[in-house]
Ligand binder design. Structure first.
Ligand SMILES: NC(=O)c1ccc[n+]([C@@H]2O[C@H](COP(=O)([O-])OP(=O)(O)OC[C@H]3O[C@@H](n4cnc5c(N)ncnc54)[C@H](O)[C@@H]3O)[C@@H](O)[C@H]2O)c1
Length: 297
């Protein structure tokens, strides 16, 4: 492969959670741009030789393994690392006990930030979550579209941990004034094959009320990661990352009126406009989602 990375992108990047739903799209996208990617995951016991491209099995709850992965000093992977994209996590509430989710996700993210600091890596892009916005909205959102301007409202242990990770990122940035720590509050991750189920959502608006009918195409999620890697202003920032439309055929305004009649809608909404505002990501990162489920069904 002879292509060179986009000039503003880091040369070599470690991507965690690389065999997961979002990780696969991110690794492909960055490699297509010519970025030198070391993909890591614990990968459920799979043989690393079966995984395409440069890959290392790493359990992120073990600090020594994280330091090794990020140090660029492990035998076949011995090249300096410029940035980390940290996507590995137990990705939703209820898959494991709360304590297991908290222990796995919090220690993994602490180890990533701590190892990056120890090794002088100044760019960390990591997956926060839409859940910190108050999902499943049993308590309605303060206004819509929701944005990054109100304090997190975690309603699960998974989300509590993402909230604490956002706070942790701010303190790592205080300790290292050169650190750029970008938390991407992804909506519900979708691949093209998932879109076949979308038309059925129309039957009952309550089905997807829990995340204001939002979603993120994994390829657009990968674009957001690319834009975040190119962002070079030190400090901790968070961005909502969703697609530009909802999962529904009926209008966004009518969904709000039916399911959240008391919630202030702060602007005139486009027909299918996302209720998870991506204005900040567009403005600051240049994020520009290209995909829609409507193109696939
Ligand atoms: N899926 C969603 O809808 C969604 C929404 C918002 C945010 N997120 C976040 O985005 C990220 C990626 O989610 P996904 O949907 O790709 O999930 P996924 O489960 O498909 O992938 C996550 C990967 O992380 C790996 N992992 C977990 N713990 C690990 C550990 N201790 N060490 C090494 N690897 C470990 C798993 O093996 C898995 O391959 C996660 O941080 C998740 O919390 C996901």
């Amino acid at each position: 492969m002879t292509s060179t990375p986009h000039s503003t992108l880091p040369r070599r990047v470690v991507v965690t959670g690389a065999t997961g739903k979002l990780g696969r799209a991110v690794v492909t996208h960055l490699r297509d741009l010519g970025v030198d990617v070391l993909a890591v995951d614990r990968a459920g016991g799979r043989d690393p030789r079966d995984i395409e491209g440069e890959f290392m099995l790493v359990d992120l709850t073990d600090y020594g393994q994280v330091v090794d992965a990020l140090s660029g000093s492990v035998d076949e992977h011995a090249r300096p690392v410029d940035a980390v994209v940290h996507l590995a996590a137990i990705p939703q509430p209820g898959l494991h006990s709360n304590a297991v989710t908290f222990a796995n996700n919090s220690s993994s993210t602490y180890n990533i930030f701590a190892a990056a600091r120890a090794l002088g890596i100044h760019t960390v892009v990591w997956a926060s979550s839409e859940t910190v916005l108050g999902l499943p909205f049993d308590t309605p959102p303060p206004y819509a579209p929701v944005d990054e301007e109100y304090a997190p409202r975690p309603e699960s242990t998974y989300s509590l941990n993402k909230t604490l990770e956002e706070e942790m990122a701010r303190h790592f940035c205080r300790w290292d004034p050169e650190l750029v720590a970008i938390g991407l509050r992804f909506s519900n991750v979708m691949e093209v094959q998932d879109y076949a189920q979308f038309p059925a959502f129309d039957d009952d608006p309550a089905l997807r009320r829990w995340n204001l009918w939002g979603y993120i195409d994994a390829r657009d999620g990968a674009q957001a990661v690319e834009r975040a890697l190119a962002y070079d202003v030190p400090g901790a920032e968070v961005f909502i990352i969703a697609n530009a439309d909802t999962v529904m055929s009926r209008s966004s305004a009518s969904l709000m009126a039916q399911e959240f009649p008391g919630v202030e809608v702060r602007r005139e909404l486009g027909e299918h406009e996302t209720l998870l505002a991506i204005d900040k990501a567009r403005r600051v990162l240049g994020y520009d989602p290209r995909h829609s489920w409507r193109d696939h069904v």
